[in-house]
Design a binder for this molecule. Sequence first.
Ligand SMILES: Nc1ncnc2c1ncn2[C@@H]1O[C@H](COP(=O)(O)OP(=O)(O)OP(=O)(O)O)[C@@H](O)[C@H]1O
Ligand SMILES: [Mg+2]
Length: 241
Amino acid sequence: MGWGCEMLLQVEELDFSIETTQILRSISFSVAPEEIVCLVGRNGAGKSSILKTIIGLYTPRSGKILLHGQDITSLSPRERVLRGIGYSPEDSRVFADLTVAENLVLSTWITGHTSRAERISFETIFAIFPEIRQFLHRKGLHLSGGQKKMVSVARALALSPSILLLDESFEGLAPIVVKRFREALKRIHEMGITILLAESNIRIASQVADRSYLVERGEIIFEGHPQEILQNEKLLRIIGR
Ligand SMILES: Nc1ncnc2c1ncn2[C@@H]1O[C@H](COP(=O)(O)OP(=O)(O)OP(=O)(O)O)[C@@H](O)[C@H]1O
Ligand SMILES: [Mg+2]
């Protein structure tokens, strides 16, 4: 069936509204296996809404989402996770009263997949984020913002996803932590996991992504390497840089 089957994720003409406000307009894009793709755009452009629609937290008015060529548009978030989508939300959502270790096994409790063979082990998580070993038994409440981001990304890896959706994983991190995160993403990518990021910092996007889509007012207005956006004054003006 043509080119589409080679894509890991395809989003086709998504429209999404909250009450009478249209948030996403005819959003179409695709991610090939093992790519690192970034949705870039200024605050309020619609990046998070796109990721939430892909994971199933938002229900589109029309349009389709295909994973490995299969239509997942009407599946629940839980079913999408089981099909191989990992998601780390913008606000991390690390549970304050649970320890880091408990947060990391949470997805396996929720999905009932305690015995899934390919489930990612703590050792694999420590290989990606060595720092987590030091605060594994600390409660979520006592973590810094950067530590929460790490735990949230690590937790999204728990069921060995084929694609990882990362919403602003670099936001608010000190430069040294940004560097650690970039190394972690590289290791995740080397495990064969495809990555789709939402990132409002175009420079960070240009350091990590193979390809990007520029989102503006709920529409995709440009596709290309983030470096092309950085070199295009008209686009930079649009995103307010
Ligand atoms: N649950 C919601 N209720 C009301 N408005 C919403 C909701 N979710 C998104 N919006 C609106 O939709 C638009 C897109 O928001 P979204 O969070 O997707 O943008 P974003 O590109 O992720 O921005 P940021 O860079 O600030 O994270 C904004 O105008 C926002 O106010
Ligand atoms: Mg956002």
